[in-house]
Design a protein around this ligand. Structure first.
Ligand SMILES: Nc1ncnc2c1ncn2[C@@H]1O[C@H](COP(=O)(O)OP(=O)(O)OP(=O)(O)O)[C@@H](O)[C@H]1O
Ligand SMILES: [Mg+2]
Length: 247
């Protein structure tokens, strides 16, 4: 049985002014897969996400979801941008409720629904706190919860753990894998951390330096959860070497 992809990027090329940013990118993601895009800084990863989210219309190529073109149109994916900030003047509950309000729900209903996820996201008891009162990991979980509440079938996460320390990062990665399983989400994630890509992914796309093009598509055939033993296995080491030789 073949599963049709949840989302496909077909031959996307982007020129911004005279800058050649993306070169015929083709990628896909299956339902409930976790796929990472790994590439050097400035190679066009965030631009690719803007194209998928419909914020940028590509110079050529298409974004397809469930066999329909969504190229250049908004509202099909949940998108957490690289600098996804919580509004400092709103409580955590109100920050997180915002997507539901933006979709036309009342504040009261939105708060009730958002609050029901606080324990799953490790935020219980912090409903009335303000972003400044939260640790880095908690802020990140709040931002992730807000993104999840857009309730679209695909979650785009642009370096969600990029600014966290190594220990918090690993805790958050484990937590996110649990959430992804519980909520049955499809996740496309950007990183420039090779370990993170191997630790989390079902598949990895490696992008070249500018103009970004797909250098390789790698399947991570390591069982989950990815224990220390699995991460130091010869399969993991070969994958690591392969990625490093490509980058
Ligand atoms: N609004 C813009 N106008 C002109 N050039 C831009 C714009 N946004 C990005 N660029 C350029 O496009 C290229 C790709 O940028 P992009 O942000 O997509 O890279 P990235 O791979 O996400 O980098 P990083 O890993 O540092 O986040 C860069 O060279 C950047 O300078
Ligand atoms: Mg970026």
């Amino acid at each position: 049985m073949t599963i049709s992809p949840e989302l496909e990027v077909q031959n996307v090329t982007v020129y911004m002014e005279s800058l050649f940013v993306l070169d015929r990118i083709s990628i896909y993601i299956q339902p409930e897969e976790l796929v990472t895009i790994l590439g050097p800084s400035g190679c066009g990863k965030s631009t690719l996400f803007s194209v998928i989210a419909g914020l940028i219309k590509p110079t050529s190529g298409e974004v397809i979801m469930h066999d329909q073109s969504i190229t250049g149109t908004l509202g099909h994916v949940s998108y957490m941008t690289q600098k996804d900030l919580l509004l400092p003047w709103r409580s955590i509950l109100d920050n997180v409720s915002l997507p539901l309000v933006l979709q036309g729900e009342s504040w009261k209903k939105s708060r009730e629904k958002a609050a029901s996820y606080f324990s799953l996201f490790g935020l219980e008891g912090f409903e009335t706190a303000y972003p400044l009162e939260l640790s880095g990991g908690m802020k990140q979980r709040a931002a992730l919860l807000r993104t999840c509440l857009f309730q679209k079938p695909v979650l785009l996460l642009d370096e969600p753990f990029g600014r966290l320390d190594a220990i918090t990062k690993r805790t958050m990665q484990n937590w996110m894998m649990g959430i992804a399983q519980k909520m049955k989400t499809t996740i496309l994630m950007i990183t420039h951390d090779v370990e993170e890509a191997i630790y989390l992914s079902d598949r990895i796309y490696i992008l070249s330096k500018l103009p970004g093009k797909v250098l390789a598509e790698l399947t991570v055939s390591l069982s989950k959860p990815r224990t220390a033993t699995i991460m130091t296995s010869s399969v993991a080491n070969q994958l690591r070497e392969k990625i490093l030789s490509l980058l």
